[in-house]
Design a protein around this ligand. Structure first.
Ligand code: M6R
Length: 609
């Protein structure tokens, strides 16, 4: 959610801030804005819509070497020019990622003191609050331009906020200073000899070289050109180490691809390969003795990551015989879960930043469970906060709809299940070895599914999906997990109402939806449940449904209308069988003229509750 940028150096702040905003646009694209100091005056340009709208509105003559910027995913107040950030109070401008939960009460207080608000956002209370604190606590002898006084006023303001925030604050009284502070939302600072840079993610912050620092919660940074000092919220200076970050080459480039989503689907084979190889290194760092004592596993995630957990649950129970449960992170965090020292809580997250999953991690730690992060971002809060981590090596994913990260999560989780089966000796060694061998061959199988998919998923197939108003997805066991992910993929980028059900649940209500020509997508790759799923297909067909079957089984011709064949990979089948629906979703979005990389109302990284 929301992306923050800041820059102080010798170059054009507007150019650098706009460039950074374009790279952070995946975090939110309802509106964007830039605030700079030019000749001691605050200049703010902000527009509804994509970053390019703001970019076009910036006067070419604007000259500044200090600035902040924001790309917004709206929480409080509709996407509009006035609700865009930065928000201003006289000489102070603020950009914010997060939610100020007590804003209504602060706003009331400020209004009673005569402050006039110009937006409907929660954020606007922050600059007004800082200004109010400055004016209320200034005595005749205080100097408004004293940095320490300003710094302490910000500390006082922060103490009044509840909720989550990453803030960058600009003040014309301090034209060579940006103040940053964070709680619950990510913020990264980088500095070289001649410039300093602020961003919401490490990848973007690293673009400018120099040392990189990840801010902790309740940490403030005073940022000047080539100089950064860190403090806690009591104003005490802190020593902070920079991190080592391996830059990813060309992750932002589209190459010959029309969209990031298409590029990322094509990258699935290499993501799987890198993950299979890489997880072995992660296993060295796991605490074997503690894992051996585990009696219960809880997998936690949101959206696609939750579906990866759903799929892994079946595999973990089968391989390790440890009872495994899956929970949506936003439910888990408020459920007072029955977990303790002998529970392993697996936090699954591509970004490693998702607020609910991060809160689930904190809760699991509080309850003394062993925590394992399965993350794609090595420097994220979830990766750094868990007891141990398995890295999915999908590289940066930019498209909002997750593809290669999902396939990599499955690979990582299934590999972990094998590792656990190995140390707990719950599976014969020859079976473990055979499955490890199959995992190594998966990239080849995935490549074939992608190549044939991009070749054969033509306009005739897209026509089946494109004009539907509602589509039902069915599957049993592990195929239900794949059906759930397929349903999410299609709905989030085509806006078709899709929902997935376990095939056996149909008769308990859902079948009432079926009428003539209703489209049902059925997943059927688990041979042990074939006959049971077939029953469901006959039941919906008997009521007029069209069935699009995605299967690696031989099905009777009267059980389906369309059939899409996927490879027989036994229990590993979901890693390949999701691919056709990833491609169909992408091509359907394109056919409906929807930008698959930036579907409406969504953002790549959900850092608010
Ligand atoms: O970064 P995370 O894996 O924690 O994100 C979780 C979900 O927000 C994410 O998977 C979301 O559902 C995607 N849009 C799905 O394509």
């Amino acid at each position: 959610m929301c992306g923050i940028i800041g820059y102080i150096g010798n170059d054009s702040a507007t150019d650098i801030v706009v460039d950074g905003l374009k790279k952070l646009e995946y975090r939110g694209y309802d509106s964007a804005g830039v605030g700079v100091i030019e000749d001691g005056k605050l200049r703010v340009i902000k527009k509804k819509g994509r970053v390019k709208n703001t970019e076009e509105a910036i006067p070419k003559t604007l000259k500044s070497t200090i600035g902040i910027g924001h790309t917004r995913w709206a929480t409080h107040g509709a996407p509009s020019d006035k609700n865009s950030h930065p928000h201003i109070s006289q000489n102070i401008a603020v950009v914010h990622n997060g939610i100020i939960e007590n804003y209504a009460c602060l706003k009331k207080e400020l209004e009673s003191e005569g402050v006039v608000f110009t937006s409907e956002t929660d954020t606007e209370v922050i600059p007004h609050l800082i200004n109010k604190i400055i004016s209320n606590s200034m005595s005749d002898t205080d100097n408004i331009k004293c940095e320490i006084f300003y710094f302490h006023s910000i500390l006082k303001a922060i103490r009044k906020l509840s909720g989550s925030y990453a803030l960058a604050i600009l003040n014309t009284d301090f034209p060579d200073l940006i103040v940053c502070v964070k709680r619950g939302s990510p913020l990264v600072v980088s500095k070289s000899n001649t410039a300093s840079f602020i961003a919401s993610d490490v990848g973007v912050a690293s673009k400018h070289g120099g040392e990189i620092f990840i801010l902790d919660d309740d940490e403030l940074a005073l940022i000047k050109k080539g100089e950064v000092n860190f403090f806690d919220t009591r104003g005490r200076e802190k020593k902070k180490n920079s991190i080592v970050y391996e830059k990813e080459e060309n992750s932002d480039e589209l190459g010959n691809n029309a969209h990031h989503m298409l590029k990322e689907i094509k990258e699935i084979p290499s993501a799987i390969h890198e993950t299979v190889i890489g997880v072995k290194k992660c296993f060295f760092n796991l605490e074997k003795n503690k894992l051996k004592k585990i009696k219960k596993i809880v997998l936690v995630g949101c959206g696609t990551a939750y579906h990866a957990g759903l799929s892994a649950k079946t595999v973990l129970e089968k391989f390790t015989k440890i009872p495994s449960y899956v929970e949506v992170a936003s439910e888990f965090r408020y459920s007072n879960p029955l977990i303790g020292k002998e529970t392993l809580v697996v936090l699954i997250s591509q970004s490693g930043e998702t607020a609910d999953t991060l809160a689930a991690l904190e809760l699991a730690k509080k309850k003394r469970a062993l925590t394992l992060a399965v993350v794609n971002n090595t420097t994220s809060a979830i990766a750094l906060g868990a007891d141990s981590r398995i890295i999915t090596r999908a590289k940066k994913e930019i498209a909002v709809a997750s593809t290669k990260a999902y396939n990599s999560q499955l690979v990582a989780l299934y590999s972990f299940a094998l590792y656990l089966a190995d140390i707990k000796q719950t599976m014969p060694q020859d079976q473990i070895n055979a499955l490890k061998e199959m995992l190594l061959n998966l990239p080849k199988a995935a490549r074939e599914v992608i190549e044939s998919g991009l070749d054969k998923i033509n306009s005739d197939i897209i026509k089946i999906f494109k004009d539907e108003k509602a589509i039902m997805f069915l599957g049993r066991g592990i195929d239900y997990a794949t059906a759930s992910e397929a349903s999410l993929k299609l709905k989030e980028i085509t806006y078709i109402h899709c929902s997935a059900y376990p095939a056996g649940e149909l008769k308990h209500g859902t079948i009432a939806l079926i009428e003539n020509n209703y489209l049902v997508v059925a997943y059927l790759t688990d041979s042990t449940l074939k006959d049971k799923t077939l029953n469901a297909l006959y039941e919906v067909k008997a009521r007029g449904a069209k069935v699009f079957a995605i299967t690696n089984q031989d099905l009777p011709k009267d059980a389906y209308d369309y059939i899409y064949e996927v490879p027989r990979l036994g229990i590993l089948s979901p890693i390949a069988s999701i691919i056709p629906m990833q491609i169909i979703s992408y091509l359907t979005a394109v056919a409906k003229e929807i930008d698959p990389d930036k579907p409406r109302n969504l953002a790549k990284s959900v850092t608010v509750e």
